[in-house]
Design a protein around this ligand. Structure first.
Ligand code: FAD
Ligand code: SIN
Length: 546
């Protein structure tokens, strides 16, 4: 039994950004640049500053540069829409593509470097389903790390931006008029709660990979922002669309899988079985460069057919000097595992990688709740449709961070002063009483959830498997008897993982077709008309999804 603390601090900021990935950091910098905010800006992050999915991004960022004659926004828009399997929003795709040139140039001003050739021209690479080389990379295959480090430095140097580390957002403060007025946080080190008032709360909390047994995502990708926004009443979109990356390093049953970038295939590597027999031509004429959902299902199918835990990536056809220069992080990691990528096949298997669904937003980053904004992977802008095109995520993070800052410039940001009764009762849940809670075996609970999602709501799904998952998730909820207060960060995360898992399963059940990353064994065809799916706490939600 643990008696948990109930110290509640209070503060106010003109804008609060939750998350220190590329979306959150760039938003903080752009808001600071464009607005004169009397109560300042706060960036909250639940682990150490900069820890994020962004940090691990490898392949690169889409850059449709105006002076690159080989490329055009029309071509990028067309590739994005084709990969999105009919579900991408044309206006969103166009907006993001057309802002690519400006944001890349702006990133350079913030100290981000991209790899260049001996004549100082950008080196563009290619990834699956892109018709031209349009992807900028940095540090070879360390694009995320390089951008993240540069932006972290700028935010840390900026006196107008405060930073809270080890601090989780645990509840959004929404009043009776459905306006977001701030956020309640929990500091895992001090065990303190804090109520932060703000009329601009920007969720930049990233993805959901940790809901699945095998994932390329780091530990923090637990869908927190999505769960918080859902509980607060915001509209969710396309929750059934989870992207599985086809080539994560598969060794020793490791569940957190290191990514082998699609750019390795972009540079010529081939997928094959243990004997070196290539198989992609059987599945798609674009072979290794087919859209990600197709390559993932091909790998998965080969694994099922041959009863193996992985297929192989053969990069030995690439000049070894180029291989080590272009992919220093990947070759080093593989070497540590005893794989010399210039001579050995790399064992690879699919893993949960990216979430196309999330909090529905418009191009200003506005959600359905006034004062609540969402950007980056946690948002669903409609860019990616049913299947994200490689390297479009980092671009979306930056463009949407830029546009939310632009939008905030156009409205009056007054820090909320009045507290209505709804808000008071919400805060009281965390501050009024000392709650005594039993300790739970969180490792076992998390592992059960991840198995349920991987086995039943994964790369291939059916009504039978989804219903089984929902039943199991319901049982799991009874094993996690927490209403509001939890013991620690891990428990708050698990609460969110349960909420988001149920939402994914429920939306997967309702979509009776196969489209992009959502493949239903019992409904293998794609319907003629592409429709988004929506869900809110209030409408059409079974009572077990709380
Ligand atoms: P993140 O970078 O995930 O940041 C989320 C932040 O929110 C973190 O700081 C986290 O700690 C914080 N947070 C979460 N919940 C809370 C909470 N409750 N309270 C406080 N803080 C919270 N995309 C590309 O376009 N190109 C690539 O090459 C590429 N490679 C990838 C490689 C890997 C291995 C992975 C995992 C992803 C890759 N992606 C790539 C996808 C891309 O990296 C992500 O979609 C993108 O970085 C998401 O950025 P973000 O800022 O939205 O979220
Ligand atoms: C990769 O490098 O393969 C990941 C690229 C992406 O997720 O966009």
């Amino acid at each position: 039994m643990v008696n948990i603390g109930c110290i509640m601090k209070y503060s106010k900021y003109s804008a609060v950004i939750i998350g220190s990935g590329i979306a959150g950091l760039y938003a903080a910098l752009k808001i600071e640049q464009q607005l004169n905010l009397s109560d300042g800006i706060l960036v909250i992050t639940k682990s150490k500053f900069g820890e994020s999915n962004s940090f691990y991004a490898q392949g690169g960022i889409v850059a449709v540069m105006k002076d690159n004659k080989a490329d055009s926004t029309a071509s990028h828009i067309s590739d994005t829409i084709k990969a999105g399997a009919g579900l991408s929003e044309f206006n969103t795709v166009k907006f993001i593509s057309e802002h690519s040139d400006a944001v890349i140039k702006d990133l350079l001003k913030f100290g981000v470097e991209f790899d260049r050739d001996e004549n100082d021209n950008f080196c563009f690479t290619r990834e699956a389903a892109h018709s031209v080389r349009r992807i900028l990379h940095s540090g070879g295959d360390a694009t995320g790390r390089m951008i993240e480090k540069a932006l972290c430095k700028k935010v840390q140097e900026n006196e107008n931006i405060d930073i809270y580390e080890q601090t989780s957002a645990i509840e959004l403060i929404v009043n009776s008029k459905d306006e977001c007025r701030g956020v309640i946080t929990f500091n895992d080190e001090t065990q303190e709660y804090e109520t932060i008032y703000s009329s601009a709360v920007i969720l930049a909390t990233g993805g959901i990979g940790q809901l699945y047994k095998y994932t390329t995502n780091p530990a923090g990708a637990t869908g927190d922002g999505i769960a918080l926004a859902y509980r607060a009443g915001a509209l969710m979109q396309d929750m059934e669309f989870v992207q599985f990356h086809p080539t994560a390093l598969a060794i020793d049953g490791e569940e957190k899988r290191f990514l082998i970038s699609e750019a390795v295939r972009g540079e010529g590597a081939k997928l094959c079985d243990a004997d070196g027999v290539e198989f992609m031509a059987k599945y798609d004429e674009r072979k290794e460069l087919a859209p990600r959902d197709i390559v993932t299902r091909a790998n998965f199918n080969e694994m099922l057919k041959n009863n193996t835990d992985n297929v192989y990536l053969n990069a030995t056809c690439i000049d070894s000097q180029k291989l080590f220069r272009r992919f220093p992080t990947i070759s080093k990691k593989c070497m540590e595992c005893g794989i010399d990528i210039a001579h050995d096949f790399i064992p690879v298997a699919p893993a949960a990688h990216y979430f196309m669904g999330g909090i529905k937003t418009n191009l200003n980053g506005e959600t359905s709740l006034k004062g609540l904004y969402a950007i980056g992977e946690t948002a669903s802008t409609g860019l990616h449709g049913a299947n994200r095109l490689a390297s479009n995520s980092l671009l979306e993070c930056v463009v949407c961070a830029y546009s939310v800052a632009q939008y905030l410039k156009s409205i009056e940001l007054k820090t909320p002063k009045q507290i209505d009764e709804d808000i008071k009762s919400l805060i009281d849940r965390y501050s009024d009483e000392d709650v005594i809670l039993d300790e739970l075996d969180m490792g076992a609970l998390k592992s059960k959830l991840k198995d349920i999602m991987w086995d039943n709501v994964g790369i291939l799904r059916s009504e039978k498997t989804i219903l089984a998952a929902m039943e199991e998730l319901r049982k799991l909820r009874t094993e996690f008897p927490r209403a509001y207060k939890c013991l620690n960060r891990e428990e708050y995360e698990f609460k969110n993982m349960l909420t988001v898992s149920l939402l994914i399963a429920y939306c997967a059940l309702l979509r009776k077709e196969s489209r992009g990353a959502h493949y239903r064994l019992d409904y293998p065809n794609t319907k003629e008309e592409a429709m988004h799916s929506f869900i809110t706490r209030e409408e059409g939600v079974p009572d077990f999804v709380k």
